[in-house]
Write a protein that binds this ligand. Structure first.
Ligand SMILES: NC(=O)c1ccc[n+]([C@@H]2O[C@H](COP(=O)([O-])OP(=O)(O)OC[C@H]3O[C@@H](n4cnc5c(N)ncnc54)[C@H](OP(=O)(O)O)[C@@H]3O)[C@@H](O)[C@H]2O)c1
Length: 374
């Protein structure tokens, strides 16, 4: 009797495990040791059992950074660690593809182009991509369109909501609007959490260099804050907004106005770059004071008026919603056929590792639901 019961229990367990395996999604996370990657791994771990109870079993099978590749097959025990080499991608991919039909997602949390050229290969293999990295969607229009087309053709998720506004729902709703036939006429946006933070401090009497240092310490900035201050990051985000609006624009069509002179912009050492900003404190304080005297505030805006697109410093009225943003907040205003004269406005905190990682997590969950069997 005992033997019959235990084999029945075993059969139930086996069928339960088989059902669980069918609900597995394997994740390969690049940049797991960065600001966003670290928080994401922590959030995934914290939510794992809750999600399992809902029938979604997210399994981090692989983690990559510049130095190592960590591999854990969920059905074996233990984790293997490999030192990275220049030609290890085929082996990484072989392991990631090793489990038959298990749905898979590649999560690119790097801040550079190390994996961007792999996206097409991954999509063709049916591996979905989730990323907060702007680079793949802010290159040429041809490469943007090719990836979109590939994801569509291969019915494979390609999710990058966090590339604009961090966890704010911006790109998805915008793309939905356009798919439903609306046409975007004009955009005005504060899309850099870093610059929103810095200009809030400046408008309230803060020192420019201290504000940048604080934004960096809070994890709002790109790894090198020069990438925010030279305007390139905002320029890329505006380009992505335009493309998600259905407009075919090239990077060089977006005019970019930076905040630091070229000789400082080229400084690659973060500490020396931050120290060099102090020389510009007086000039920025004078600009902010001059604006105040005219009841205006300084702002860094991304703008599209139907003909031209630019990111740069401008003045807004002290009562303008842009001037009233809390430090680090984003505001995206979109005028379209349907949203006029009052624009569609999306506002809220738009930077920081916790929020950005939470946005990446949301994208992972949406993608997992798309690829898991019904
Ligand atoms: N911070 C924000 O608020 C925010 C908001 C929206 C979007 N984002 C985007 O999120 C992404 C990550 O930002 P972050 O602040 O987390 O960057 P980060 O702290 O610099 O982390 C970058 C990660 O990428 C890894 N990495 C770099 N080159 C690599 C390579 N060749 N191969 C494998 N791994 C590599 C690094 O590994 P090592 O540890 O070995 O160096 C590190 O783990 C960026 O694309 C950024 O634009 C950030």
């Amino acid at each position: 009797m005992q033997a019959v019961e235990s084999s029945a229990v075993q059969a139930v367990r086996t069928s339960f495990e088989a059902a669980e395996h069918r609900r597995e999604v394997w994740l390969l996370i690049a940049g797991y040791s960065g600001q966003i990657g670290r928080v994401l791994c922590r959030q995934l771990e914290a939510r794992a059992s809750g999600l399992r109870a809902q029938g979604i079993h997210l399994v981090v099978t692989g983690r990559i950074n510049r130095r190592e590749f960590l591999w854990r097959n969920p059905h074996d025990h233990g984790e293997e660690t490999f030192a990275r080499t220049t030609d290890d991608w085929p082996e990484i991919l072989r392991r990631f593809l090793s489990s038959g039909k298990t749905p898979r997602l590649f999560v690119d949390c790097t801040a550079n182009g190390a994996f961007v050229e792999r996206y097409a290969e991954l999509l063709k293999l049916g591996i979905g991509i989730v990323t907060p990295n702007k680079l793949a969607n802010s290159g040429s229009q041809a490469s943007y369109a090719a990836l979109q087309e590939l994801a569509r053709r291969c019915s494979t998720p390609y999710s990058y909501e966090t590339t604009v506004g961090a966890a704010l729902p911006v790109l998805g709703p915008l793309a939905d609007l356009v798919r439903a036939g609306d046409r975007v006429k004009r955009i005005e946006a504060v899309i850099s959490g870093t610059l929103s933070f810095i200009f809030h401090r400046l408008n309230n009497g803060g020192r420019f260099s201290a504000a940048v240092r604080e934004a960096h310490a809070r994890g709002y900035t790109e790894p090198h804050p020069g990438a925010d201050l030279d305007g390139a990051d905002s320029g890329r985000k505006l380009l992505i907004l335009l493309r998600e609006s259905g407009l075919a624009w090239e990077p060089q069509q977006v005019a970019v106005d930076g905040l630091v002179p070229p000789e400082l912009a080229v400084e690659i050492d973060v500490e020396r770059f931050l120290a060099g900003l102090a020389a510009h404190d007086t000039a920025w304080a004078e600009r902010a004071e001059a604006a105040h005297r005219r009841s205006l505030r300084l702002a860094y805006l991304a703008r599209f008026d139907g003909r031209s697109a630019q990111v740069g410093v401008t003045h807004v009225a002290a009562s303008d919603p842009v001037a009233l943003l809390a430090p680090g907040e984003n505001l995206i205003r979109i005028w379209s056929d349907r949203y006029q004269p009052v624009p569609l406005s999306i506002a809220g905190p738009g930077a920081g590792p916790e929020l950005t990682a939470a946005g990446v997590f949301t994208d992972i969950l949406k993608a997992a639901r798309e690829i898991l069997p019904g």
